[in-house]
Design a protein around this ligand. Structure first.
Ligand code: NAD
Ligand code: UGA
Length: 457
């Protein structure tokens, strides 16, 4: 089956970049991205895109109006599509059964109900959102309930892009995963989707599996990535207690070919919209299946992450003579990682809340995420300034706390920062990003993660 028109429901961090790359690589396919949020669509059609992602703007400018369109959803658009991607948010439930753990599938279900009456015969539905295993089956049931017409194949095609490197990840994916029902129609549909990706992805990197393996692979991949971070962070706490150096340990451990070097950087903890949510969801599913030990195992990865954030926040307070009340503290970096303006579940939120509870006065700097930071801390009690100039943020402060390893922070004039601060001046490097010996030489009392502190006190 030849795909000529694609529509994607959900113009977010995944829907937007993924469809932009498909449009770029498949000029003969018309790609339309829709969203229930008209403001978001207007932003996609404006000069200032709703998300910051390196390389995205160039692609959007190249394709927008040619074969890439951002519109509000309409029955006519659905009726034209050969393939409908569903890339809506699937956050953690905040109410009812499974509150705080299960995935909230209401947006996904609403999307399925919306497209159901308008799909053209044979149109393929692609589940792009991250979902609990067996969700494709539920979508299929909604699409075909009391319907006598032909069935619409529902494929699982989870996305593995990471923010900040989304375009590169989409253009050169390690793999593309397509799960389909093991029927001739399912396999034909999977082939049609594989043909879309084959425009730029080598065939051997396009993996075909059954639907449930595909859905579960996504949760498993995120859980294992997060687990590596929690593992190294657990070791970082032991390093601080024993004078071992977590950087040296990451290197020594990562050089083992069977382990590999990636995702072994100790730090303040993982953030982002997915690791916590997917781990909690995985753990919830396991519990639901009666696998209590498995559920506890994955929940432990989240608990270790929370411990790391709390432990470091306590250190920020305890090393400043056990009080930060009324002290100005500069926060460098609020996004959950560099290269994005996304602050969803950013460790900075918890750190800032903890410091505000201790009555510190905060000045927050981030090269891209100040607007989101303002939103995240709205209503939180205490004194918070949002400062686009890092030197102003640091002026008169007792401490700088680095929480996002933006490359620009390495280029700062640390002597100038030091001179403008209260003494003794503290530097908490929550990402082990800077030259600690150099900071110490300038006069800072330096507190990295998983390494000995360098203090003048
Ligand atoms: P997002 O919140 O940025 O975007 C989702 C969009 O869907 C929003 O703009 C929302 O308005 C829209 N939407 C919700 N219900 C809708 C409906 N009924 N009709 C039309 N639009 C609707 O979320 P995201 O980060 O793009 O994540 C989407 C999915 O992809 C999630 O399941 C997530 O777990 C998964 N995922 C995210 C990433 C990532 O890096 N952000 C990576 C891989 C997978
Ligand atoms: C992650 C996965 O890497 C993607 O494959 C997946 O598609 C995505 O989640 C998703 O499903 O949303 P993302 O959260 O965007 O991507 O970013 P990562 O690079 O994985 O970083 C996540 C967090 O872990 C960040 O806060 C980062 O600073 C932290 N991290 C990462 C560490 O603390 N140490 C490391 O060694 C690596």
């Amino acid at each position: 089956m030849e795909i000529k028109k694609i529509i994607c429901i959900g113009a977010g961090y995944v829907g937007g970049p993924t469809m932009a790359v498909i449009a770029d690589r498949c000029p003969e396919i018309g790609v339309t991205v829709v969203d229930i949020n008209p403001e978001r669509i207007a932003q996609w059609n404006s000069d200032k895109l709703p998300i910051y992602e390196p390389g995205l703007e160039e692609i959007v400018l190249r394709c927008r109006g040619r074969n890439l369109f951002f519109k509000t959803a309409s029955p006519e658009l659905i009726a034209e599509a050969d393939m409908v991607f569903v890339s809506v948010n699937t956050p953690t439930k905040t109410f009812g059964e499974g509150e705080g753990r299960a995935a909230d599938l209401q947006y996904l279900e609403k999307s399925a109900r919306f497209i159901r009456p308008h799909l053209k015969p044979g149109a393929i539905v692609v589940e792009k959102s991250t979902v609990p295993v067996k969700t494709a089956e539920a979508i299929s049931t909604i699409l075909h309930f009391e319907s006598q017409g032909p069935r619409h194949p529902v494929l699982s095609n989870p996305e593995f892009l990471a923010e900040g490197t989304a375009i590169r990840d989409l253009e050169e994916p390690d793999r593309v995963l397509i799960g389909c029902e093991q029927t001739p129609e399912g396999q034909l549909a999977a082939q049609a989707l594989a043909d879309v990706y084959a425009h730029w992805v080598p065939r051997e990197r396009i993996l075909l599996t059954n639907v449930w393996s595909s859905e579960l692979s996504k949760l498993a991949a995120n859980a294992m990535l997060a687990q590596r971070i929690s593992s190294i962070n657990s070791i970082s706490a032991l390093c601080e207690a024993t004078r071992a150096d977590v950087g040296e340990i990451s290197r020594a451990v990562g050089l083992d070919n069977r382990i590999g070097p990636q995702f072994l950087e100790a730090g303040i903890g993982f953030g982002g919209s997915c690791f916590r949510k997917d781990l909690l969801n995985l753990s919830y599913i396991c519990e639901h299946e009666g696998l209590l030990e498995v559920a506890a195992y994955w929940k432990g990865v989240v608990a270790m992450n929370d411990f790391q954030i709390e432990r470091y926040t306590r250190k920020i307070v305890s090393s400043q003579f056990n009080t930060v009340a009324a002290k100005k503290i500069a926060i460098f970096g609020f996004a959950y990682k560099p290269g994005t303006d996304d602050t969803r579940d950013a460790p900075a939120i918890q750190v800032c809340q903890g410091l505000l509870r201790e009555q510190a006065r905060l000045a927050i700097h981030d090269p891209k995420a100040l607007e989101n930071a303002r939103y995240d801390l709205k209503g939180v009690e205490g004194e918070v300034a949002f400062e686009p100039d890092p030197y102003k943020a640091a002026e008169g402060s007792h401490a700088i706390v680095l929480l996002t390893h933006w490359p620009e922070y390495r280029k700062l004039d640390f002597q100038r920062l030091y001179e403008s601060m209260e003494k003794p001046s503290f530097f908490f490097d929550g990402r082990n990003w800077l030259d600690h010996a150099a900071l110490h030489r300038i006069g800072f009392n330096v507190y990295p993660i998983g390494k000995e502190s360098l203090s003048h006190i």
